[in-house]
Design a protein around this ligand. Structure first.
Ligand SMILES: [Zn+2]
Length: 225
């Protein structure tokens, strides 16, 4: 059986023969809602949180689009300590999106910049039942382990192309095959990321494709059926 390349998070057009979860930001919702035929995720990114009023509108829009059958996940959503967006509003937006994710059973695709402790704390507080996929993971092996212990999944992107990067080290030493791969907004093919990841995992690209398909089935099974 031939398994497709799965790109768990991208902002660019999906490569042929790949299965992608394309990311939508709130402003994309309306224009793309009707015409979108591929799988997508929709969420309020911490970069685009302006004020309370805008957030309310974005949450309403999100609530509408989330029921679309091609919408597989909420996100990207999360916490970012480097962006200028108000921290309290970021937390509120994230918690509201966790609630939507729980209500619909659709997993979260998480953006996290320098806010690992807060993400872990919220995971413990909110006790979500759906999967949280930490996209573009790039932190220490210790942090990777803490996130995995808390029930999160990791997704790796272009960072792994540099073998000395933290992301590459984590992927090389990960004691589990439960992870995803992505291109995010980078100019790189998902096939290149697979090739590198297969090299690090010391398996063939075909074996890697099969493993990631198993992970995908497991996480998105209830939504796809
Ligand atoms: Zn992204």
């Amino acid at each position: 059986m031939k398994f497709p390349l799965i790109n768990i998070h991208t902002h660019k057009p999906c490569a042929e023969h790949a299965l992608c979860i394309s990311n939508f930001f709130p402003d994309d919702f309306r224009e793309n809602n009707k015409k979108h035929s591929g799988f997508f995720s929709a969420g309020i990114h911490p970069w685009y949180i302006k004020d309370e009023e805008t957030l309310e509108k974005q949450l309403k829009l999100l609530d509408e689009i989330i029921s679309h059958s091609n919408c597989l996940a909420i996100g990207e959503a999360g916490l970012d300590k480097v962006t200028k967006s108000d921290w309290d509003l970021q937390e509120r937006a994230f918690i509201e999106q966790i609630k939507i994710s729980e209500k619909t059973g659709k997993p979260m695709i998480i953006h996290c910049v320098k806010a690992w402790d807060e993400i872990l704390k919220l995971r413990k507080q909110q006790k979500p039942t759906v999967a949280w996929i930490i996209h573009g993971f790039s932190s220490s092996e210790q942090m990777a382990q803490q996130l995995l212990d808390a029930g999160c999944l990791l997704s790796f992107g272009k960072m792994i192309m540099n073998s000395d990067s933290k992301a590459a080290k984590v992927l090389m030493n990960l004691n589990s095959d439960e992870f995803f791969l992505e291109t995010d907004d980078e100019d790189i093919g998902i096939d290149q990321i697979y090739k590198k990841a297969a090299e690090f995992r010391k398996i063939s690209v075909d074996e890697l494709k099969e493993k990631i398909n198993v992970n995908f089935e497991k996480v998105f099974k209830t939504i796809l059926n």
